[in-house]
Design a protein around this ligand. Structure first.
Ligand code: SF4
Length: 236
C-alpha cells in the first residue's frame, strides 16, 4: 500500500516543481507531514520554501544540546526572519544524565558504540518522538552528500519506521543550494563559509579539506562507518 503511494508520488515529483510537490504533500498528508531541520544549507532552502509559501507543514528541530553557537544563531535568525513556529525536541534528561555520569562528556570519541549511544540519546530518540503519528517526513538529503545516498528516489520508504520520506532536494548540487540561499537572502550558518559542509554537533563536526568527501567532516575519527547517525535508514 505504501509502496504504490510512493510510486505515484515519485511519478508526480518528476513532473512538478519542488514547491508544487511540497504543496501536494501538505494537502495529501494534512497535519501528518513534517520537515526536520538542523539549519544547514539544504534545510534552510526547504524552510524558506515552506514558510515563504505559507505551506501547512510542521517544521521541527532536534536540539541535541551539543550544537555550535553558530547553529543557535541561525536558528534565532530563522525565527526572526519568517516569524513562524519551529517545534523543538530535546533529549530526555535522565538518559543524558546517566550517560554523562557513567562516561563523561566526550564518550563518543572512545568507540563507535559510545558514539552511537550518544546519537541515539541525543538524536534518534527525540526524532522518533517527533515522528510519532507522522506519515510523511521531509528531509534535506541530497544524493551528492554520501555514496549510500546515491541510489535514493524523491519518495522512499523508511522501512524501520514504516513512513514515507520525501527528499525534495535529492538532485540539487551543492552549488545550486548555495546559489538559492544567496539569491533569496536566506539566513544560513556562517560555518558554511569556513568549509563546514555538513554541520551537526560541535564535538563531532569539522571543516573539510579541498577534494574531501562531503561527509568527511562528520565523525572523522571513524574510518569504516557509513557516517550516518541513525536518523536516516535507507532502503537498499
Ligand atoms: Fe553525540 Fe556527537 Fe552524535 Fe551529537 S553527533 S549526538 S555529540 S555522538
Amino acid at each position: 500500500m505504501l509502496t504504490s503511494k510512493i510510486n505515484t508520488l515519485n511519478q508526480l515529483a518528476n513532473q512538478k516543481t519542488i514547491v508544487e510537490m511540497l504543496a501536494q504533500v501538505a494537502e495529501q498528508f494534512g497535519g501528518k507531514a513534517i520537515f526536520t531541520t538542523s539549519f544547514g544549507y539544504e534545510d534552510q532552502v526547504i524552510t524558506h520554501l515552506i514558510f515563504s509559501n505559507n505551506l501547512p507543514i510542521k517544521v521541527v528541530t532536534l536540539d541535541t544540546g551539543r550544537l555550535f553557537k553558530e547553529t543557535y544563531k541561525v536558528y534565532s535568525q530563522t525565527l526572526d526572519t519568517y516569524k513562524k513556529e519551529i517545534v523543538a525536541y530535546f533529549p530526555k534528561h535522565d538518559a543524558v544524565e546517566k550517560m554523562l555520569t557513567e562516561k563523561g562528556p566526550n564518550s563518543f570519541y572512545a568507540s563507535a558504540d559510545n558514539r552511537k549511544e550518544c546519537c541515539n540519546i541525543r538524536k534518534v530518540e527525540p526524532l522518533n518522538r517527533a515522528l510519532q503519528g507522522v506519515e510523511c517526513w521531509i528531509t534535506g538529503i541530497r544524493a551528492e552528500q554520501s555514496p549510500n545516498r546515491q541510489g535514493m528516489t524523491f519518495f522512499e520508504l523508511d522501512e524501520q519506521r514504516n513512513i514515507i520520506k520525501f527528499n525534495p532536494l535529492l538532485h540539487w548540487t551543492f552549488d545550486e543550494v548555495k546559489q538559492f540561499v544567496k539569491d533569496n537572502h536566506v539566513p544560513y550558518n556562517v560555518l558554511h563559509d569556513k568549509n563546514f559542509v555538513s554541520i551537526g554537533c560541535e564535538p563531532c563536526t569539522r571543516a573539510i579539506q579541498p577534494g574531501e568527501d562531503f561527509r568527511a567532516g562528520r565523525w572523522w575519527w571513524e574510518t569504516d562507518s557509513k557516517k550516518e547517525c541513525g536518523l536516516h535508514n535507507h532502503a537498499k
